[in-house]
Structure formats: C-alpha cells, structure tokens
Design a protein around this ligand. Structure first.
Ligand SMILES: Nc1nc2c(ncn2[C@@H]2O[C@H](COP(=O)(O)OP(=O)(O)OP(=O)(O)O)[C@@H](O)[C@H]2O)c(=O)[nH]1
Ligand SMILES: [Mg+2]
Ligand SMILES: [Zn+2]
Length: 353
C-alpha cells in the first residue's frame, strides 16, 4: 500500500489495522461524495475514482443498513478500464455523525476527528442551535470546536474577546475561534487548528459560510457560495456532503441542516452540559427532575443567576428529545455500538495526538 497520499486523506491507525487484517483483496479508498448509488472516492495516488456496490456486497450492506457515507474507508477492486470500480468491503467506522430523520437514523459522515461548528456573528446568531450541534458531536464522540464566522459583521456591545470568554465558560467546546474570511481576520488561528492531517467536518446553518471556509482552506473556489437573504439566513446552496484534501488534512463541507433531531442518549446530553451535570450531582434527591423539587441545585443556580435560563431550558428540551430517541429506537444495539466507538476513538486519539 502506498499510503503517502492516504495519510493526507486522514488515514489513522484504527483503519490501518483493519487493512492489515482483512482478507479482502484490493486497494484502500476514502469516500468523498455520494450520489444515490454512485460513490466517488480518493485512491492512494490522490485520484478521485467512481465506485459502485454490486452483487452480494451490495446485498450485504443494504440488509445491514450500512451503505457507504462520506468519510468511509473502503476496499476496492480498482479497474481503470471500467466506468466504475467495485467496492468490496466497508471498513468499520471509528465514529459516525448521525441524526434522526423520518423516524430513522441517518448517518451523515464518518471517521471524523473534529466537528467544526460554524455560526455567523450576524443577526442570525443562535446559542441554542450551537448547543444542539455540540450535543450531536458529543454523542458521536467527535471533538467540538466553534468557529464564529463573519467577525467583520460583529456589532455586539461588548468586545469580541469578552463575548468569546463568556461563551467558552458556558459551552462544552475545546476552542472558540472568531474569524472573518472577507476581511482576513484571525485566519492563522484556524490554520493552526486544522493542521494535523485530521478529518474536519464543517457543520452549521445555511449561510454561515461553511463553503467559503472550505474554499479558503483549499485555496480554490471549488464549492459554490451564495449571498444570503436579508434576514441573515442562507438559501441552502450546498446540497450534498463532500470531502476534500488540503494541506492540513481533510475538510468535509456539508449542507446547512433545516431541523436537526438528535440521535443522542440522555448520557450524551449530560456530557455536553457538564456544568449542569456537576450541579445535579448535588441535588437532594437522586431522581430529581430539576423542575420544582426541594433541594434542587439547578433551581438554586437559576435563582442566583449562576445558570442561564435559556441554557437550562435548552438542556431540558434536549434531554426530553434524547429520552424520546431512546424509547423510539429502542436501539440497544445502536447505543451499545456507540459505546464501543467511544472506547475505540478514545484509544485512537491516544495514538494520534
Ligand atoms: N461579511 C462576510 N461574509 C461572509 C464571510 N464568509 C462568508 N460570507 C458570505 O456568506 C454568504 C454565505 O456563504 P456560504 O459559504 O455559501 O455559506 P454556507 O454555510 O456554505 O451555506 P449553505 O451551503 O447554504 O449551507 C456568502 O455571501 C459569503 O460570501 C465573512 O467572513 N464575512
Ligand atoms: Mg455551502
Ligand atoms: Zn435537581
């Protein structure tokens, strides 16, 4: 295997190990685009080739509802003479980002190191939406970073540094980077973050500038970008997920999601609100519902102003959603699989970072 290019495409020890141990013959390819039943993938010399699943392999993955998604690593029987090369095996994912859609789980992308939540500093800034994305990433065991785009449009009363500092103390993300591509502000911070040959997925509402950031990182206008509406919302310009290699690793551009139902357990939600979780540990009753029970630490924190009301309300909302998800899917298997990735990605992280 000539893994030079694939290292740049995010190849990690977890995948390498599977390649060494599989009996399937073929070359390693990373899925970059999905168009119905046709896939594009990047091979070890950096070419993008067309792929299909055929015959018994198609049957196997259709039955197990595990068709390839952007970010997957697959073993391919490469045939340069044919229109499509065939996928022989989909390697086990280090993690996957999924959401609920029409009452079933739909996987968006896989094998991600960082989720880059993008939110623009215009009138459409919405903290609750950011918290929802954080829960999505926590439930997928993906590290979360918040990029505040369009810094040139920031009109807050306090200095941006203070604004960011307050956010940092309330949001469970590793870093918050305010940037402007338009005015080239603070771009070195993002280049410093996106440099370890990792896989970085951009998430966020339509119009926040995900494709603009992708083009900046690629140094080329590959992704279509479009002006937004007057109310600050976008037109859903990007319609499918796509994976691109750049100097720092791999960037996945995604379409802005309209409504996003979480695929998260109650435990996942608690993990994304660790300040609230710490408070609840001291509630008088272990089964406290945190509404009007006596001795509830959340109520105390709300009264003293230590805990923000809207953050508390969003926490309860996501918690209800997670409880619904757990009941609805009754997917013990799904949750068990997720626990398994948590272990795997934790180990993989130790190896990489
Ligand atoms: N003022 C300002 N505008 C920006 C900045 N970055 C992006 N934009 C503009 O924001 C608009 C939307 O950008 P896109 O990159 O298409 O947004 P997107 O997040 O990819 O949107 P979808 O593909 O619909 O999800 C475009 O008009 C960009 O030029 C910035 O730093 N400052
Ligand atoms: Mg876009
Ligand atoms: Zn309580």
């Amino acid at each position: 295997m000539n893994s030079n290019f694939l290292e740049r495409a995010g190849l990690c020890p977890f995948i390498k190990e599977q390649v060494e141990n599989t009996e399937t013959q073929g070359s390693l390819v990373r899925i970059s685009h999905v168009h119905k039943d046709v896939y594009l993938g990047i091979n070890e010399i950096g070419e993008e080739i067309s792929l299909k699943l055929v015959g018994s392999v198609l049957k196997k993955y259709t039955e197990s509802k595990k068709l390839p998604v952007v970010g997957d690593w697959v073993i391919v029987d490469e045939n340069p003479m044919a229109r499509f090369s065939s996928i022989k095996e989909i390697l086990i994912r280090k993690n996957e980002i999924s959401r609920m859609s029409h009452n079933s789980i739909s996987t968006l992308v896989s094998n991600v190191d960082y989720g880059i939540i993008c939110a623009s500093l215009n009138q459409n800034f919405n903290l609750k939406r950011i918290e929802r994305y954080i829960s999505l990433l926590k439930s997928s065991e993906v590290r979360a970073v918040l990029v505040l785009t369009k810094l040139d449009l920031y009109e807050g009363e306090e200095a941006i540094e203070n604004f960011v500092e307050k956010l940092i103390s309330n949001l469970n993300v590793e870093e918050i980077l305010p940037i402007s591509i338009e005015k080239k502000l603070n771009l070195e911070s993002i280049e410093k973050l996106l440099c370890g040959n990792g896989t970085y997925t951009l998430l966020g509402s339509s119009g926040v500038g995900k494709s603009t950031l992708t083009n900046y990182l690629l140094g080329e206008d590959i992704q279509k970008v479009q002006e937004i509406r007057e109310d600050g919302k976008g037109f859903h310009t990007t319609v499918s997920r796509s994976l691109h290699t750049f100097e720092g690793g791999v960037i996945i551009d995604t379409p802005g999601m309209r409504g996003m139902m979480l695929c998260a357990s109650v435990e996942d939600i608690n993990e994304s609100y660790d300040d609230i979780k710490n408070l609840t540990m001291n509630c008088r009753f272990s089964n406290c519902g945190h509404t009007n029970e006596p001795g509830c630490e959340l109520n105390k924190a709300l009264e003293s102003g230590e805990l923000d009301w809207s953050r508390y309300e969003n926490y309860l909302k996501l918690l209800r959603e997670a409880a619904y998800f757990e009941r609805k899917t009754s997917s013990a298997a799904y949750l068990a699989a997720k626990k398994e990735w948590k272990k795997v990605s934790c180990n993989a992280r130790k190896k990489i970072y």
